[in-house]
Each structure stands twice: as C-alpha cells, then as structure tokens.
Design a protein around this ligand. Structure first.
Ligand SMILES: *[C@@H]1O[C@H](CO)[C@@H](O)[C@H](O)[C@H]1NC(C)=O
Ligand SMILES: *[C@@H]1O[C@H](CO)[C@@H](O)[C@H](O)[C@H]1NC(C)=O
Ligand SMILES: [Zn+2]
Length: 620
C-alpha cells in the first residue's frame, strides 16, 4: 500500500570522487539507483539502500496486542517496529503517521547517536482491528561501524554555499539540519541537509553536503517530471489549443506536486489539491472516487487524444476530460496560492504541510456528472471540508460538448470556492444573499477572464466566457461580452435593480471588474508572467492582488458598494492608495461612484481625484 518512498536518495557521481562508482550490474541497480540530470548539467546518481518488505495478509500481533486498555495505532506501530528493528529507545524517530479508512500507517527514520539517517526509513501498517499487516525497512546495521562522528567541521552556512555552487540552485531559506547519509560503500556520512530550488522553482531538492569536506554526498529530488496534454490554461478550449505541457506544477504553491497525497504518488488525476473522476460524488466512497480517476498513460505522462467529433464518453475523451479538469483546477490552486489564497486563507488542500488553516479539503471534480446538463457548479463547505465541483455536458452540439474541456468554466467554478471561503473567514456562509451571490458570479468570471488576459501584456481585450459550450462566440454564456465599449456592453450598477437571477447580477459585477482591470493595465501596463510572478507591479498583478485582498476585507454578504469599498481599502493597504483614483474612475464609469446607493448610479469620484471621467482603456 503506502510503502513506496516519495523521495529517492542519490549520490552525486559526477561531482564527487570516484569511490562512488557503482559496483553493481545495471539491472540490480533499478531498485537502489537512478541516474538523472540537473538543469545545470550535473549528472547525479541516486542511491537508496534496498528495502525489505513483508505482508501479513489478515494480520499478526504487535507487542501491545495483549493490552486490555485502548492502544493508539502509533504506539502499536512503534512497538512493532522496535521489536523488529532494535530495542534501544533512540534508534528511530517518527516521520509521520495517519489513519486511513482501512489501515493506519506509521513511518519512521533511523537514528544513530541522536542524528537521523536520511535514507534509512521503515514503515508499518495496521488493519482496522489493530493487527499488523505489513512492514518495510531499509534500516542499516550500525554495529559494524566505528561510532560515527556527530561533530560537523563546516558550518550550515558554508554547506549552503557549497550546495548552491555545485548544483546551481538557490537556498529556500529553510535552516539546514544535520543528518547522516547511508552511502553505497557502507559508511555513514555526516551531512548538512540543504533545501534548494533549482531552475526557478521547478525543481525542489534536498542536498546532503558532507559536513567534513563540503562535497555533495547525496540528493533527494522532490520533483517528478510531469507531462500532460491539455488546453493550456490561458486558452479557452481544445478548438484553440490542445498541447503536451511539461512540468506545469508550481512547487511554491504545491511543494509535493499535483499527483501526490498521503505520502504517495497515485499516478492518476488524484492529488493534494484536486481529484478528477467520473462517477457519483454523493454515493461514491473515496476508494471508488480514486478508482474512477484517469490513470497515467505512461509513467509521469497523461497524454490522451481528444476528438471533438467523438462522444465525450469515448475512452480518450473521458480521459482527456479528467486530465484537463484536473490540470486547470491545479493551475487555479497554484496561481491563486501565489496571490494569497493559501492554507491560512482557508484554501483547498488535503495536507496543509503545517502551514495553518484546516486541511483534508481537497477539491473533488466530478467530470461529465450525470445529474444535470448545460451547467456546472461548485459546493463550498467550511475550511476543512472538501470542495465539490460538478461539471456537466452541454447539449447545443451533437455530440455534446464537455465543460471539462472549457478552461473558462473550470476556472469560474474553482473561483466560487475561493470567494466563498475568503469572504467571512473560511466559514463559507457569507455569500448567501442574492446580491452577494451575484458578486460571486462576477468574481468567477473575472478570474477566468484574468487568466486569459495575462497572455496580453498591452491592454485588456473584450472577453467572452463559455463560447465553446454554447457555440455563441459573441456573448457565450452571458448576455454581452465584457468590454469597456458601452456599445458592446451597456450594463451599469443600476441594472442590478431589475435583475433577479444571480448570473445576470454577476454579469454587472464582472463587467465592473473588466473595466477596473482595463484601467489598471492601461495605467500600469501588463506582464505575461503574471500567472507565476505576483511580485512584479503591473496592471495584471495589481488586479488579482486587490481582488483577493478585498475578499478578506469585505463584510459577510457584501453589497456591490461594499465590495467596491473593499477594493479601495485593499489598494490603500497594499499600494498605499496609489490606484485609488484609477479605481474610483473605473467604478464611477459603471455607476458605482461615491454616491452610488440602492441601485442608483453615481458617476462621482472623491475629492482630489480628477473630476472628469476619462475612458479607462482601449478595446480590441
Ligand atoms: C447519485 O447518488 C444519489 C444518492 O444515492 C442519487 O440520488 C442520484 O440519483 C445519483 N445520481 C446519478 C446521476 O446516478
Ligand atoms: C477549523 O476546524 C476547527 C476544528 O474543527 C473548527 O473549530 C473551525 O471552525 C474550522 N475553521 C473554519 C474556518 O471552518
Ligand atoms: Zn458560477
């Protein structure tokens, strides 16, 4: 079950002395070695001492089985490990543990003289009755060693310098720890474990720097290459682009990648942020949900053909749907994370890596959900409970079109999760009034639009959402395209009065945000790297920062005018009010000026701002 280790340990053959030359025939090395290249050209060889693995099927006793009082599974697991591996108290330390629905797991690391051995680990699993069902270990026999020294000759700072030089990376800021490394020649090397980012943030590694000599003795690579054929996130649908992407994961936002959860790589559209599957979310167990995810087409690869002329339920199209929906939801997670929708801000992750917030709330994406058509929805529960995105087929075409292939619709739905969580502090109860729900629809369109607009650095184009599923490439699923040209989109704040339906109200807020975005890009310019670089100051980054900052400021069940004021305050907080007049001008253009109230337009801007309205941006 959970026996495979995510981290491989490797020895750096090209960078260290020839004593590391592998003495084993190639096929034997498959289980203990791997050669790979780092972006700076350094060739590295992985080394992981071979593991033993035993399974006990219906289970065996652990040393605490006879106890009459209740025993926690971690105590039982540790007692079993101690009975198998050694008796001294200080020979192992717990790495992690968790109880799944059918088994509980304890993972430990070996210790020698009080120092952990990075690549000597063991794990045990217990069934629901508390019997031990499996045991794996690659602990090393220490008795043969002369007591290895625990005194480092070089400092942690020196080790960071050595690591950065040898591997071409940048230290992540996490303080190095002293660890032993079991090496191929049978010795224990005392090392500083230094965390590095390599190749931007694409590769995250732990380098084991010899605490005596400063040489690189080993490396854990947290990164698995991932290839997936999808509609690139800034594009709308597969009629525009369907491409094989390499490594789309953002390790800053998803440190263990997209495909891992519970310390395991699932090799399927299953991970810490999202699970895309085909089934019935209300009746399925987690096992069934995982079973109905799309599997990798090859190790590390999700590459399925998509054919517009075939039914969405055809094998390839269904796989393409699960892969694309999963990709876009993960992209949304990563982009929004960079801009502030983090663990502490109540985001959706199964594991929060100790960074705050409530965890165990992955987003379940039910692709081609059979319960409806011509729609999509997102159920947001409080922080700590899963998000549920249901994507449906659309019947305007024959064969039907699949919302899972519309990036705009997936981004729209994911944004509901964020706005419901961030308004009111993670409780998910603060976008309930008609007006507040309308705002929710507007933010969702605005984020879908923002992602697409980042491909344009110069100005904000007119934007249509959902043309792929309706066939209406002018207005899509709304009544008008978003546009700064009143001839194209005449909506203003006053139109809220005559709108009952939340999407109709949402279009008005979406239009307001389109105008705001255009104004910010006209004034501050744009930048094509805005998806991953929130630190640059330009109209794209300012827009998404302010939108997200404002969510946390606004009241529970905000009105349009509240939501607008939250933007003004967000700009004060983040940019010292630099965009204040620009924002007011854009809102005033929409009738949301200083005197706006009860759905009566105001085109006024505050004193001190230029009084004359100037059209905020050119249109395409
Ligand atoms: C999903 O399960 C629920 C609850 O059992 C049921 O009411 C519903 O009809 C099912 N939906 C589909 C599409 O099978
Ligand atoms: C987080 O979980 C705790 C414990 O269950 C709960 O009291 C708290 O309300 C949750 N936070 C949110 C924002 O739902
Ligand atoms: Zn919506």
């Amino acid at each position: 079950m959970f026996t495979s280790l995510r981290a491989f340990v490797l020895c750096v053959a090209a960078l260290s002395s020839s004593t590391l030359a592998a003495p084993w025939p190639t096929h034997v090395q498959h289980s203990t070695h791997r050669t790979r290249s780092l972006p700076n050209g350094a060739k590295v060889q992985l080394y992981h001492p071979k593991s033993s693995f035993e399974i006990y099927e219906t289970g065996v006793d652990n040393p605490l089985s006879k106890r009459s009082d209740p025993v926690h599974f971690t105590d039982a697991g540790l007692a079993f490990l101690r009975s198998k591996l050694g008796e001294s108290d200080d020979f192992m330390s717990i790495r992690s543990s968790y109880a799944g629905p059918h088994s509980s797991h304890v993972y430990v690391k070996q210790r020698v003289n009080g120092i952990p051995v990075a690549n000597a680990v063991a794990n045990v699993a217990l069934n629901s009755k508390g019997d031990v069902v499996s045991f794996a270990s690659n602990f090393i026999k220490v008795s043969g060693f002369a007591a290895p020294s625990t005194k480092a000759k070089i400092t942690a700072d020196a080790a960071i310098d050595h690591a950065a030089k040898a591997l071409g990376g940048r230290h992540t800021g996490r303080a190095p720890e002293l660890e032993f490394l079991a090496t191929e020649d049978g010795t224990l090397a005392l090392t500083h474990a230094v965390r590095l980012e390599i190749d931007g943030s694409k590769h995250m590694v732990e380098a084991y720097i010899d605490a005596r000599t400063g040489e690189v003795r080993g490396l854990v690579d947290f990164t698995n290459d991932l290839h997936m054929r999808v509609v690139p996130v800034t594009k709308s649908d597969p009629t525009v682009a369907y491409e094989l992407l390499k490594d789309p994961e953002d390790k800053k936002a998803s440190p263990r990648g997209w495909g891992a959860a519970e310390d395991r790589d699932w090799h399927a559209t299953v991970g810490n942020n999202a699970i895309a599957f085909k089934g019935n979310v209300t009746t399925f167990s987690i096992e069934q949900i995982i079973e109905t995810a799309a599997k990798e087409s090859a190790p590390g690869v999700f590459d399925y053909k998509f054919d517009l002329a075939s039914d969405p339920s055809s094998t390839n199209n269904l796989n393409a749907a699960r892969v694309n929906a999963w990709y876009v939801a993960n992209m949304a997670h990563d982009i929004l994370y960079r801009y502030g929708f983090t663990e502490e801000a109540f985001n959706f992750q199964n594991n929060n890596f100790g960074k705050g917030g409530n965890e165990t709330d992955v987003v379940f994406i039910s692709v081609q959900d059979a319960s409806d058509n011509n729609n999509a929805n997102f159920a947001t529960l409080p922080d700590g409970e899963p998000g549920i995105m249901r994507m449906y087929l659309w019947s305007d075409f024959q064969p039907m079109r699949d919302g899972d292939m519309s990036n705009q619709i997936i981004l729209h739905e994911y944004t509901h999760g964020m706005t419901n969580r961030m308004t009111g502090g993670g409780t998910a109860v603060c976008l309930q009034t008609t007006e507040a729900q309308g705002l929710g629809e507007g933010w969702s369109d605005a984020f879908a639009e923002w992602v697409a607009q980042t491909a344009n650095s110069g100005y904000v184009h007119d934007f249509t959402i959902g043309g792929y599923v309706t066939g209406d490439n002018t207005a899509g699923i709304r009544s008008h395209p978003y546009s700064t040209n009143r001839g194209v989109n005449p909506l203003t704040y006053a139109n809220v009065k005559d709108s009952e339906e939340v999407h109709n109200i949402g279009e008005i807020w979406g239009q307001a945000l389109h105008v705001v975005h255009a104004a910010l890009v006209q004034t501050l310019g744009g930048a094509k790297d805005a998806l991953t670089n929130p630190d640059a100051e330009n109209g794209h980054t300012a827009f998404l920062h302010l939108m997200i900052d404002a969510l946390a400021l606004q009241p529970c069940n905000p009105s349009f005018t509240d939501a607008r004021l939250a933007w003004i305050q967000a700009d004060q907080n983040r940019y010292n009010g630099k965009n204040k007049c620009n924002l007011w001008l854009a809102f005033a253009y929409m009738g949301l000026g200083v005197g706006a109230e009860d759905y009566t337009n105001s085109h006024k801007v505050p004193e001190g701002c230029p009084l004359k309205y100037t059209k905020p941006a050119a249109t395409a």
